[in-house]
Structure formats: C-alpha cells, structure tokens
Design a protein around this ligand. Structure first.
Ligand code: AHR
Length: 337
C-alpha cells in the first residue's frame, strides 16, 4: 500500500521555515504600510473599515440618511460595520466600545443626545481610532476627542423657520399662539432648532409659544402630543414641528379635531423629505426649512482623508435651503428621498 503523508528532509524543512519567515515579515510590512501605527483588525482585504453607529429609524430623514451612508460606503470601497442604536445612548456607547475592540480604522456616529460622550470618546482616542461626528454634535469641551463634525446648522434651521413666520404674521393685530413639537429631548437638533426659532420670533412680540413638548421626532409622538395641545389650548394659530414626521403625525390630530391644516393652523416643519414636501405641495404644511440627510459621500471622503493623516476642517456644514408651497410643487418630481 502506498504511504500517504509527507516525509520532510532536513533541507526541505529549512526551506519551508525560510519561506514562512519571509511571508510573515511581508505581512508585517503590509500592516504598517496601511497607516504607520495601524491597528486595524482590518477587513483583511486592504479596505478601510468604518464602524458607524446610527441613532435609529425614527423618521423618514433617518431612513434616507442610513441609505446614503450604506450606499456611499459601497461606492467608496469602504467596509461598513453598521449599528442601529434604536434611539438609546447606552446602545451607542456599547457599539462604540465594540468598534474599538474590533480595531476599526475610523468610527463615525450620529449621537442620540448631546451630552455624556467624553469617557467613550477618550477610549477611542487612547486606542488611536479617529472619530467623525455626523449629523449631530456633542457638547464635549475637549474638541480633540473627534476629528471633525459634518452636518447641518440646526440653529439656522430654527431661525429660518422663525423668520418666515415673522414675515407671514407681520400684520397680525393680536396674539399669535404657537405650539412647538420638539425633537428628542437632549438631542442637538431639538436644542438648537428651539433656540433658533425663539431668537427669530422675538422680533414680533405678538408671536407666543404657548406650549412646547417633545414628540421624539416620530409620527406617533407628533400625533399624540398634538392631540394634547389641541385639548389644552382652545386657540392654536401655528404649529412649529422640529421635523416633517412629527408634523405629519400632527396632521391626523388636527384633522380629527375638525380643523384644516395649513389654513386654520399654519404649519412649519424641518427636513423636506418626500412626504413632508408632498404635504407642503398639497397645502397642508406652509413652510419647510430643509435639513439634508445625504451626508454619505462627504463622510466617506472625510474618513479616507482622516485615515491617511490628512488635515480636515473641524466643521463641515451641509448646504440647505427652504421651501414654500409653490417651491415644493416644483421640487417634488425630482425629490429622491
Ligand atoms: O438629526 C437630524 C434629525 O433627526 C432630523 O431632522 C430628524 O428628522 C431626525 O430624526
């Protein structure tokens, strides 16, 4: 019977060891070539690995943002490890710690709330993993904890909404009662839009916010809180909703209360996603300040630069506009999200 197995001579063994050592050496060079102190647990295929922690799926805006990030990562040849935090900061902190453990090349995330990030950001910094904030900011005093922040100017969005209202109600003889549906409590867009709006409407003392509460950026939240507003306030002239989805939920409550949205109650929102634009074109909303979710391409570009050790701006602001009913009608056919 023929012998199976391999018989090694001393010479053969020596040659194999030499090849093995050489191969090991080359692999070591490869790692350090991809970024000096590169600790990438890596994709194993040379691709940059990004860990991304998303807020959740609370709104049409968020869905469009997630799609933009996933599509852009594929287009840019970046391996994306995507985590959905389901609206919870503790889930995001866990996800960031997992990314650190996995030694991804870059961490990006959209923080659910503004505060409470210093410890985990410090852990990422100590592990030499650069962090990019997308969409929402954190309130950390130590700006060295992240490389850059890409997203909208939420204060400006609130201001644009308020300035439109000031003009719209310039000839109002008496008090104009406003109710406000805030975004998620503690989230940067909720804090900032509230601030920007309040600053702008201060120009007309007739404009008064009579009730302001969080609807958590969701349709269900918008509907439920608007029902309470309608019960508690016999005269509501204006609704300022911090996003389209809450405004869309509020439409149901307003109609159920026998009022005509867009006429009996002036409605201003933020985002300009397709459903919001449709409501605006249909005359149910009156004005939208845009907030673009299409952050993916710029994020991937920044990630590559950061990984390559290139300088990036500390702040990358998204370009945005506003829409009236007529402008929404014109823009709708080409609205992608
Ligand atoms: O952070 C952006 C905000 O989050 C969007 O305006 C809102 O729709 C989303 O939930």
């Amino acid at each position: 019977m023929a012998k199976t197995g391999i018989t090694l001579t001393r010479r053969g063994l020596g040659a194999m060891l030499a090849v093995g050592l050489l191969a090991g050496g080359l692999a070591g060079c490869g790692n350090s070539d991809t970024g000096g102190d590169d600790k990438s647990g890596g994709s194993g295929n040379g691709k940059l690995v990004m860990g991304f922690s998303q807020v959740g799926a609370e709104s049409g805006w968020r869905t469009a943002n997630t799609n933009s990030i996933k599509e852009s990562a594929t287009a840019a040849g970046i391996e994306l490890k995507f985590d959905d935090a389901q609206g919870k900061q503790e889930n995001q902190i866990k996800a960031l710690r997992n990314f650190i453990q996995q030694k991804v090349d870059v961490i990006a995330f959209s923080p659910v709330v503004e505060s409470g990030w210093d410890t985990v950001l410090k852990e990422a910094k100590d592990a030499k993993i650069p962090v990019i904030l997308t969409d929402r900011a954190v309130d950390s005093a130590d700006k060295s904890l992240y490389k850059t922040f890409i997203g909208s100017d939420f204060v400006k969005e609130g201001k644009l909404a308020g300035e439109w209202l000031v003009k719209e109600k310039a000839s109002a003889a008496g008090p104009v009662n406003i109710v406000e549906l805030q975004g998620t409590t503690g989230a940067a867009p909720a804090n900032d839009r509230k601030k920007g709006f309040a600053e702008a409407i201060a120009a007309n003392p007739n404009l008064k916010v009579v009730a302001s509460q969080s609807g958590d950026f969701t349709r269900a939240g918008g509907k439920q809180v608007m029902e309470q507003f309608l019960k508690a306030n016999p005269k509501i002239d204006v609704l300022f909703a911090h996003n389209d989805d809450m405004g869309l939920g509020a439409l149901e409550a307003i109609t159920a209360a026998g009022k005509t949205p867009g006429k009996d109650i002036t409605i201003i929102t933020v985002d300009a996603v397709k459903d919001g634009m449709q409501a605006l074109a249909d005359g149910k909303f009156n004005f939208i300040a845009e907030c673009s979710p299409l952050l993916g391409p710029q994020l991937m570009d920044l990630a590559k630069k950061v990984k390559a050790g290139e300088e990036v701006p500390a702040r990358v602001e998204t370009e945005e506009t506003t829409f009236t009913q007529e402008q929404a009608k014109a823009a709708l056919p080409n609205r992608k999200y």
